[in-house]
Design a protein around this ligand. Structure first.
Ligand code: PGA
Length: 251
């Protein structure tokens, strides 16, 4: 059985004090509630240690937002997968469109990052999704297929069983323009089909596929109600504890 997940991607936001306040309010609000999903927060790397301390005392799980594709050594400014592991990080976002766009991350580089994470028993949350012009020219299925083929499908079945996929249409990220439930379901079902072709029906059934892009407290329930949408990767709304808690409770 695949798990439902709601993950809050804080991106490059919040002071240390604000981050601590945010995670403690979320943890307190979810404490002792019966939840139908796993809850992950993805703080900036400099707050991972503090966040892990809160997670240890709560139901929260911690993800990093990025990792180096190198194992260790002279790579100024980078953070290795083993360093994340030492901070009790369980997941790591890989291939977010902001990293593809502003830091020119390629599918090849992303597949190396995935390898480093799996070597350290950290589960990648692998982001894929098309640009607006790619959807308008009806290339969205092809784009997503290439991202999967080049970034992820080099894994063997065992390795792949640890991966979470996040479909994030770039035109929906931070824009307030959310994919319709039909658009999300159509793409998620296509992605699950590709996974089935590559790794078999059982692996596809067991893979968690998240939706991301302007998902909020008002639209989460209709998105999550789709059979192939197993939760969300939440940006802006994850910085507002009341909204994030509502999204978590949308299952
Ligand atoms: P958003 O971001 O919810 O602010 O659109 C989602 C994401 O980038 O993961």
């Amino acid at each position: 059985m695949r798990k439902n997940i709601v993950a809050g991607n804080w991106k490059m936001n919040n002071t240390f004090q604000e981050a601590e306040e945010l995670i403690s309010v979320i943890a307190d609000n979810l404490d002792e509630k019966e939840l139908a999903c796993e809850v992950i927060v993805c703080p900036p790397s400099i707050y991972l240690e503090m966040s892990s301390d809160y997670a240890e005392e709560s139901i929260l799980h911690i993800a990093a937002q990025n990792v180096s594709e190198f194992e260790n050594g002279a790579y100024t400014g980078e953070i290795s997968a083993s360093m994340l592991k030492a901070m009790d990080v369980e997941y790591c976002i890989i291939g977010h469109s902001e990293r593809r766009k502003y830091f020119n991350e390629t599918n090849k580089q992303l597949s190396e990052k995935v390898g480093r994470l799996l070597d350290n028993s950290i589960a990648p949350i692998f982001c894929i999704g098309e640009l607006l012009e790619e959807r308008e020219s009806e290339n969205h299925f092809e784009v997503v297929k290439t991202q999967l083929n080049e970034g992820l499908f080099n894994l063997n079945s065992d390795e792949f069983s640890n991966v979470v996929v996040a479909y994030e249409p770039v035109w929906a990220i931070g824009t307030g323009v959310v994919a319709s439930p039909e658009q999300a379901q159509e793409m998620h079902s296509y992605i699950r089909g590709l996974i089935a072709e590559k790794y078999g029906a059982e692996a596809a059934e067991n893979t968690t596929i998240l939706y991301g892009g302007s998902c909020n407290a008002a639209n989460a329930a209709t998105l999550f109600a789709n059979p192939d949408v197993d939760g969300g990767l939440i940006g802006g709304a994850s910085l507002k504890p009341d909204d994030f808690v509502k999204i978590v409770e949308s299952f």
